[in-house]
Write a protein of this length. Structure first.
Length: 247
């Protein structure tokens, strides 16, 4: 009986310490977006003007609305994935209503205001480029929130068509969605990056070597790919983070 009580006491103490540690560490999510351009690199059609025009038309088509898809990812991120991180997330309102955050002018690439992506940002978030040549943004965000958080996090998703089965110019295609979740400490130094992807169960087609890029055909594929990705992240994200560097 004494051994059982001792074991339970140790388990309780460990749980309390883990909870306290999670409360001690806080992270501010400062970027949440999706790329509105569907990548077709995998199809081997780079330089084909007809494809380039269709991609441009799709990106600018109001019917190609990725906002509901981004909303689904946002809900899963804060309602599910956040619980699997070994730290707490700063309240979203504290981030997007922070005046220094609102006033921050991010850089994309080497030049001031250079735009590398056509992004749809979740309401309230700024377009904060992170990654190669993004040091000034990473350090800038970390500086803004260093008194409130132990680090900053940025996440984005983007979609890409991949070739399936076919002969000649007629083939099936699927959508693959990629998610990037990057964590930086309060000095702007990268702690870890998660890159995960999944493909859609729904398929599309290429006719005459050109993929059908109508919103009514592409959006269901994007939704299908995201559903698969969210299921994968829900199962794996905790294990991935545990194997990564600590904040």
């Amino acid at each position: 009986m004494k051994k059982i009580k001792l074991f339970l006491a140790i388990v309780c103490a460990t749980a309390i310490m883990q909870a306290q540690n999670k409360e001690e560490k806080k992270v501010a999510v400062v970027s949440f977006s999706t790329d509105k351009t569907v990548d077709v690199t995998d199809l081997g059609l780079n330089g084909v003007k007809a494809v380039a025009d269709k991609i441009l038309d799709l990106k600018n088509d109001p019917n190609f609305n990725l906002a509901p898809i981004l909303e689904k990812y946002h809900t899963a991120f804060f309602d599910s994935y956040a619980k699997k991180f070994p730290f707490a997330l700063l309240l979203e309102e504290e981030v997007i209503n922070n005046q220094a955050y609102k006033d921050f002018e991010p850089k994309v690439g080497e030049k001031e205001n250079e735009t590398a992506f056509s992004l749809l940002n979740y309401p309230g978030y700024k377009e904060i480029y992170e990654g190669l040549l993004g040091k000034s943004n990473e350090e800038g965000m970390a500086t803004i929130f260093k008194e409130q958080a132990d680090g900053v996090m940025m996440t984005r998703i983007h979609f890409s068509l991949i070739k399936g089965f076919g002969i000649g110019g007629t083939a099936t295609v699927k959508m693959r969605v990629y998610a990037r979740i990057a964590l930086y400490d309060k000095t702007g130094k990268k702690v870890w990056v998660i890159n995960e992807s999944e493909q859609s169960k729904k398929t599309g087609v290429m006719v005459g070597g050109i993929p059908v890029l109508e919103p009514s055909k592409i959006l269901p594929m994007c939704e299908s790919a995201l559903e698969e990705l969210m299921k994968d992240l829900d199962k794996r994200i905790e294990k991935i983070v545990k194997k990564s560097e600590k904040l």
